[in-house]
Design a protein around this ligand. Structure first.
Ligand SMILES: Cc1cc2nc3c(=O)[nH]c(=O)nc-3n(C[C@H](O)[C@H](O)[C@H](O)COP(=O)(O)O)c2cc1C
Length: 196
């Protein structure tokens, strides 16, 4: 057992509403988690994907245990992470289950491929990552799913889809180059390039 679980003794001081409000400030890259094989497939829009380790290549995603994709991930032991480009907003919307769309119907209108695991991977995604489940940690309403990366399908796309303050935001490397330079380069470098 290498997991430390503490019984917290501090009384809950922060309401769910306050916490939700706080987390709205965190910008999240938008991805689609895909699960299942053949016709028995589903998927969901998430912002909770994060890299776990590079060696071995692994990632984590936090998934609501009530989501239909969760049972498929547990049953098949594999899943896909499809990091969306800015022009895939419609795909993101479909995979929130908006309008009552379920299972395989969410995949209509986009092109899909497969790699070793057999889960659908979105053609034209910024990057599609094929994963095998390494561990599932169920905690509260959600489960932290650890995925071991089996394959990566990269693209040349340059615009990402993010979610911030309850809205989708496009981050375009070409269009936002000056703005991105301001936040991503050390200030002396920015001054030297005359961007301010
Ligand atoms: C921008 C955005 C990000 C989301 N991120 C997550 C997430 O990280 N984990 C999660 O469990 N649900 C997340 N959801 C909600 C799921 O997309 C939604 O509950 C799921 O598609 C429902 O699937 P089901 O109808 O198949 O159960 C997010 C929704 C949106 C709109």
């Amino acid at each position: 057992m290498n997991t430390a679980v503490r019984n917290l003794s501090i009384a809950q001081a922060v309401s769910a509403e306050d916490f939700r409000g706080a987390m709205r400030h965190l910008t999240g890259g938008v991805s689609i988690i895909t699960a299942g094989r053949g016709d028995d497939i589903s998927g969901m829009t998430v912002t909770s994907v994060s890299s776990l380790s590079v060696d071995p290549p692994s990632l984590i995603v936090s998934i609501n245990r009530a989501a239909s994709s969760y049972q498929l991930i547990k049953r098949h032991g594999v899943f896909g992470v499809n990091i969306l480009t800015a022009d895939q907003l419609d795909v993101a919307e479909r995979f929130t289950g908006k309008g009552g769309l379920k299972g395989a119907d969410r995949f209509a209108g986009a092109e899909w491929t497969t790699r070793a695991s057999g889960v659908p991977l979105l053609v034209g995604a910024l990057t599609a990552i094929d994963c095998e489940v390494e561990e599932v940690i169920e905690r509260h309403s959600h489960a932290i799913v650890i995925g071991r990366v089996l394959d990566v399908v990269a693209s040349q796309r340059t615009a990402a889809l993010a979610y911030w303050h309850g809205e989708y935001v496009a981050i375009d490397r070409e269009e936002d180059q000056l703005k991105l330079a301001e936040v991503s380069l050390p200030s002396r470098h920015v001054h030297a390039r005359g961007l301010r």
